[in-house]
Design a binder for this molecule. Sequence first.
Ligand code: HQG
Length: 188
Amino acid sequence: MDDLIKTGKFLSLILRHKPDVVGLSLDEHGWADVSELIAGIRETRSFDMNMLEEIVRTDNKQRFAFNPDHTKIRANQGHSIAVDVELKEQTPPEILYHGTGTKNVSSILKKGLLPQSRLYVHLSKDIPTAIIVGKRHGKPAVFTIHAGEMSRKGYQFFLSENGVWLTKYVPAEYLKNDIYYPENEHTR
Ligand code: HQG
């Protein structure tokens, strides 16, 4: 794997889940101090501000953001630690999607979508994106979610800076029955 991609994954780990691996802490809004971050990452690999700028600029999902003077950095979404990244509440489209592994389907049908280790359930705006997310968990299955109906019932939705829809919980009644299994190429 390309070194910058590897370091980008390490950055996700630090800024979303375990800042302590490089002796860092995040503030309440998820910001890390850039000089401390660089010093921390340098303990285990060669790293500098140019590389950090390059990772942020080229990240395929725009996972990270600097503050205006680039002295602080945070992940836009995906956290497991409790930080408030000042997400914007927004009315979702009528339909959103959630990609998962087939192994999770029966439990999701019973319990709904839970955030598990993260702060929010992550939803995708289109099926191709949901398939990619689902493949991270084995054979993919894609749920269709009645997001519009949830929103009208008072459930809150947030759109992260990098375009991921987030909500706290999706009760099973808002999942459509036609789960899509891309690898079977049929819908049921
Ligand atoms: C599943 C990546 C059983 C859920 C992606 C998922 C995303 C249940 C897994 C972002 C369940 C959690 C997040 C239930 C939910 N029973 N399983 N009741 N409720 N699950 O990784 O959504 O590349 O925490 O379906 O692109 O896969 O890292 O969440 O399979 O946007 O930026 O529990 O991470 O982005 O897995 O992925 P995850 P996710 P990055």
